[in-house]
Design a protein around this ligand. Structure first.
Ligand code: ARG
Length: 458
């Protein structure tokens, strides 16, 4: 494709280090679509004849059909998907194929193809996250009143509802989807027509190609167009954030499924056994979601470092943009699917969770709150009185509400019989009705809103 200037061909090492076809063949669909938009525009603008444009378009369809049926051939001499397609086109329709590259460069071509690919991935990721939200909201609805211990420092803190805990992840995913949406708006400008770096003297119509490819408008600066990889970084940053959220959810399932907790039984379909210990059922899918988060963040780091300090405009460094994005995208899709299945199919053990919530003096705050409300004691003082009660109960190995009233009154005479009603885990969660609180009524309200937002309710 560029042999004219050269006396000798590239060495084997040059061919190998230069070839991106082993990975950028994934862009073949986008490459054909962008070429078809380009050639239609060349014809419409009479830059090439209508007849040639039609021949090239038909040839491109034929190449696409071959790729779909047999895959993309990997010839290192042809470097990348752009040259592979053009070379096959020339074999099929002859020298007229050479008119396709008029007013275009591989620099704006790859920028366009890759944008189209990333745009599809933003949409697919969003659809995956929506399915995860549906699973979270469905299980939250079912468990709006299921009581479990809430933790801080992984120490029992206060009782919460499982529905509330699951909805916490619904909120994270909601923000993640807004990240994807914002990235999509920002990236949806078409670089095609920037040519190598400076634009072109041919009377191209960039608005036409932008519209044909579903972009909102053409990009505004040709140098920026061929050197910008913000769109790929935006995707990776969102992917990294999403994978962090998924890894936290995964770790909760890992902890909850361990025998001392026993809060959840993982679906067989998303667990594995041990080759030596017959009783084992391991949360491998969840563990790998955690592992994949590391690799996704690694992909982001990789492209950040590639782009750092690059002068304008296109440099070959940028060919290394695709492997990290491709890897992150497939790991992320798998992780989202795995966690969606886990949330949808896990069996939560309400009695174990409730029993755990009774341990660790989880309702101590409720005693302090009761003293504030019923006895008008300042909270700091109430905190101190409650601490004394906890210490006494702990020394006897009993729960707070098992302390005889007489002992409680010895600690503070203002305590009376009514306090016991406040000390149950049910009363504790039911009391937390503040906006965004864990009370079953609050959870039900948030579930209803979420279902409307997800279009599950008419
Ligand atoms: N395979 C290249 C890439 O992915 C396409 C652009 C090549 N442009 C060039 N001037 N060598 O970056």
């Amino acid at each position: 494709m560029w042999g004219g200037r050269f006396a000798a061909g590239p060495s084997a090492i040059m061919r190998e280090i230069n070839a991106s076809i082993p990975f950028d063949k994934a862009l073949w669909g986008q490459d054909i679509a962008a070429s078809k938009a380009h050639v239609a525009m060349l014809g419409a603008q009479a830059i090439i004849s209508a007849d040639d444009a039609a021949k090239i378009a038909a040839g491109l369809d034929q190449v696409a059909a071959e790729y779909a049926a047999q895959g993309v051939p990997e010839d290192w001499d042809l470097e990348d998907i752009h040259m592979t397609t053009e070379s096959r086109l020339a074999e099929l329709i002859g020298p007229v194929a050479g008119r396709l590259h008029t007013a275009r460069s591989r620099n704006d071509q790859v920028a366009t193809d890759f944008r189209l690919w990333v745009r599809d991935m933003l949409d697919q990721t969003d659809a995956g996250l929506q399915a995860l939200q549906v699973a979270l909201v469905t299980r939250a609805d079912e468990h709006a009143a299921s009581i479990m211990p809430g933790f801080t420092h992984l120490q029992t803190a206060q009782p919460v509802t499982l529905g509330h805990h699951l909805l916490a992840y619904y909120e994270m995913v909601r923000r993640d989807r807004s990240r994807l949406a914002a990235a999509r708006v920002r990236m949806n400008e078409c670089p095609l027509g920037a040519a190598a770096l400076a634009g072109t003297g041919f009377p191209i119509d960039r608005h036409a190609t932008a519209a044909a490819l579903g972009f909102d408008r053409p990009t505004a600066n040709s140098l920026d167009s061929v050197s910008d990889r913000d769109f790929a970084l935006d995707f990776l940053m969102a992917a990294a954030q999403i994978s962090l959220h998924l890894s936290r959810l995964a770790e909760e399932f890992i902890i909850w499924a361990s025998q001392p907790f026993g809060f959840v039984v993982l679906p067989d379909s998303l667990s594995t056994g041990s080759s030596i210990m017959p009783q084992k059922k391991n949360p491998d899918a969840a563990e790998l979601v955690r592992g994949h988060a590391g690799r996704i963040v690694g992909s982001l780091t990789s492209l950040i470092i590639t782009m750092k300090g690059l002068p304008l405009a296109y440099s070959k460094y940028m060919q290394d943009d695709k492997p990290p994005v491709f890897e992150a995208a497939s790991l992320l899709a798998l992780s989202i699917a795995a966690m969606t299945g886990m949330v949808a199919e896990a069996r939560f053990r309400n009695q174990r969770m409730r029993a755990a919530a009774e341990l660790g003096y989880a309702t101590a705050t409720d005693l302090a709150d009761w003293l504030v409300r019923q006895a008008d004691i300042p909270f700091r003082q109430a905190h101190h009185i409650t601490g004394t009660a906890v210490r006494l109960a702990e020394s006897r190995g009993i729960a707070l509400d098992q302390l005889p009233l007489a002992d409680l009154q010895e600690i503070d005479p203002r305590i009376d019989q009514r306090v016991f009603a406040a000390l149950s885990v049910e009363a504790s969660v039911a009391a937390r009705v503040s906006h965004g609180g864990t009370a079953p009524a609050q959870v039900a309200q948030r579930v209803a809103q979420a279902r409307r937002d997800l279009g599950l309710e008419s």
